[in-house]
Write a protein of this length. Structure first.
Length: 300
């Protein structure tokens, strides 16, 4: 009986076969899908399920999203650094170009001033450029880039746009040495432009000062007077600006007044200069009358 009942339990306890179960599930799915497609009864269920599963999806996607953001941030940072370097380099290049343009503009302005200065005088002019300046504070000497091949000669006047700078002391094939009017060993004959009073202006070793030591206390000279070349001495033609009187001290009991003047030329700033010839191209110290006098007095 037990066996029979046991066998009977196995027979009645045996459910549908797997194929039947699968078929039923498929049929049920088709029915649910059809009903949902036509009626939309499961939309709320899907919304609820999506709301429940969203945090899970977010947590699953979080590592990959964080990695992508980090990669993008690194790439953006590298790109920004590269762009910053390129912009800094471009800015430096543009700054250098702007500085060069400013320098060229200032140089052109100085050259225009030189040309205007040359138009005011009747002599032949040649523009030159300073190549070297003496480093000795008490020897005011310069080297210019014009020499014998350009017709430069000893004693030739040297000007800038504002006035007399000095004169040539030594000439080479491709350059010439010149002494400035403020050198302690230099003297230049001048006259007061206001009244024609003549004297000698001596260099002091100070780039901004000349001395006029040979005028008496009662001389008609005052601060602000313009000193120009007198033409005496046969080195400089007459009428070139030399200096402006800055100080006149008259001391009782002394024979000569103490007079200081400031050079009209920008001796410590000018880079472009002018070399001057007479209209006939001869040196200013060339004087046929003096030659005739020398010939007349030099015979036996």
């Amino acid at each position: 009986m037990a066996t029979a009942f046991g066998g009977s339990n196995k027979r009645f306890g045996h459910g549908p076969s797997p194929l039947v179960r699968v078929s039923l599930l498929v049929l049920l799915s088709v029915v649910i899908i059809t009903v949902d497609y036509r009626e939309g009864h499961l939309d709320r269920v899907r919304s609820t399920l999506s709301l429940i599963t969203y945090p899970i999806q977010l947590m699953v996607d979080l590592p990959s999203a964080a990695f992508e953001r980090a990669s993008e941030s690194l790439a953006d940072r590298r790109q920004l650094l590269s762009e910053n370097r390129a912009l800094r380099s471009e800015r430096l290049e543009l700054s250098a170009r702007v500085q060069r343009l400013e320098s060229l503009e200032q140089e052109n302005e100085r050259l225009r001033q030189l040309l205007q200065s040359g138009a005011r005088v009747g002599e032949r002019l040649l523009a030159a450029e300073l190549l070297q300046v003496s480093l000795d504070p008490f020897r005011h000497r310069v080297l210019v880039d014009k020499g014998q091949r350009d017709g430069v000669h000893m004693g030739q006047p040297l000007l800038d746009a504002d006035g007399v700078m000095g004169q040539v002391t030594k000439v080479g094939p491709f350059g010439a040495n010149a002494i400035l009017i403020t050198d302690p060993s230099h003297a230049i004959p001048v006259e007061v432009n206001r009244n024609g009073l003549r004297t000698i202006a001596l260099g002091t070793g100070d780039i901004s000062r000349l001395e006029l030591p040979y005028l008496p206390n009662n001389a008609d000279i005052r601060p602000g007077d313009l000193l120009v070349t007198s033409g005496l001495g046969m080195r400089f033609p007459r009428g070139y600006p030399v200096a402006i009187v800055t100080e006149v001290q008259r001391r009782p009991g002394e024979t000569f007044a103490q007079i200081h003047a400031e050079p009209a030329a920008a001796l410590n700033r000018s880079r472009e200069v002018l070399l001057v010839w007479r209209e006939d191209g001869l040196p200013f110290d060339h004087n046929p009358l003096m030659e005739d006098m020398d010939d007349a007095g030099g015979g036996p």
